[in-house]
Ligand binder design. Structure first.
Ligand code: PLP
Length: 373
């Protein structure tokens, strides 16, 4: 065997052994939280389309019209090919939504985080991030070359301790956290984090991927990033900030400068979705209300967002529970290390405005029965 294939086969065997191998499963997504696998219809609780906007007729029509008028792709970097007016319009709307002076749209949320931190911090600087921060926040921090340390999850006293100990020896300092944590569904104490960061002249970057449109109230950070791919049902990432910061990132964020701009259809879909999101508060309230209905039925701590973890522990046990639910018509994917810490494999249940109460009650009943809760 070629040494490259032998290397890959050895790694795969170790992943299989630990029940940590990932596989792609053909799945067609439909409207109304429907999914189809191997000819079976399932109700999906594994999708971040929190407001059900990815299939909204107006959002789909906006994407179709933009593709028909402007083409399927954007043709190059926005700095080279020219800036698309739809992207200008989207940035203006995002900035307004977040109460900021300006915004910059990236190719994805992952790319936004890969570009933001290295443009603002480097060698000799300090990045402090919540230990449960998303992989792309860690990637951006490490790529920056700044000294990178984590504070205990949502522990402002631990953050303050690190700032007191480490801040004086470093130049610039960034504090990174998530408004809603992607795998736990809990919310960061934003007011306290912003206050302690300000006291130490540290700049806070909050990732609002799972907050936007669902659980985004509370104070704003100087750097508000997020994604167009979840509540907005489209694709792409963004940063909202002051005008000088956005202008600097336009020149210096490498994952913005050296990559192709967002396709016009994605920008048009996000714009239309933002219009619907802002006009329909009852749609925005639904995912959290359904999540709370579910946590109440199962006696879990009250949901703080559209994401509810059902902790299982072992990776194999989480996979088995997920498989059992799928056999009963529910798609609820198991989340395993390294996405979550070892020993905390879980079902991650994501609620959407597209679910109805009967679906939520049926899932709660099956989870209770299958997990002996
Ligand atoms: C917290 C968080 N940040 C960033 C991302 C990346 O966003 P995108 O999917 O747009 O790359 C995700 C998930 O996808 C996420 O959960």
């Amino acid at each position: 065997m070629h040494s490259l294939d032998a290397f890959a086969a050895g790694k795969l065997a170790a992943l299989d052994e630990a029940a940590l191998r990932r596989r792609l499963v053909p799945t067609a997504r439909g409207p109304g939280a429907a999914a189809e696998r191997a000819g079976r219809r399932l109700v999906s609780f594994s999708c971040n389309d929190y407001l059900g906007l990815s299939h909204h007729p107006r959002v789909v029509a906006a994407a179709q019209a933009a593709a028909a008028r402007y083409g399927a792709g954007s043709g190059g970097s926005r700095l080279v090919t020219g800036n698309h007016p739809l992207l200008d319009a989207l940035e203006e709307r995002l900035a307004h939504h977040k109460g900021k002076a300006a915004a910059l749209v990236f190719g994805s949320g992952y790319m936004a985080n890969l570009g933001i931190t290295p443009a603002l911090a480097g060698r000799g600087d300090l990045v402090l991030l919540d230990e449960l921060s998303h992989a792309c926040m860690w990637a951006g921090a490490r790529l920056s070359g700044a000294r990178t340390l984590s504070f205990r999850h949502n522990d402002v006293a631990d953050l303050a301790r690190l700032l007191e100990a480490e801040r004086p020896a470093h130049g610039r300092c960034l504090v990174l956290t998530e408004r809603v944590f992607s795998m736990d569904g809990d919310r960061a104490p934003m007011g306290d984090i912003l206050e302690v960061a300000r006291r130490h002249d540290a700049w806070t970057l909050v990732d609002d991927a799972h907050g936007l449109g669902v659980a985004e109230d509370g104070p704003r950070a100087p750097l508000e990033m997020g994604t167009l791919s979840k509540a907005l049902g489209s694709y792409g990432g963004y940063l909202c900030a002051s005008r000088p910061v956005i202008d600097l990132l336009t020149s210096r964020a490498r994952s913005f400068v050296y990559t192709t701009g967002l396709p016009p259809a994605s920008a048009a879909a996000a714009l239309e979705a933002l219009t619907i999101l802002e006009a329909e508060p009852e749609r925005r309230a639904r995912p959290l209300a359904l999540a709370r209905r579910f946590t109440a039925r199962l006696g879990l701590p009250e949901a703080e967002s559209a994401v509810v973890p059902v902790l299982v522990g072992g990776a194999e046990a989480a996979l088995a529970l997920s498989r059992a639910l799928e056999a009963e018509g529910f798609l609820v994917v198991a989340i395993r290390p390294p996405t979550v810490p070892p020993g905390t494999a879980r079902l991650r249940v994501a609620f959407s405005a597209a679910h109805d109460e009967a679906q939520v009650d049926a899932l709660a009943e099956r989870v209770a029965a299958l997990s002996g809760r």
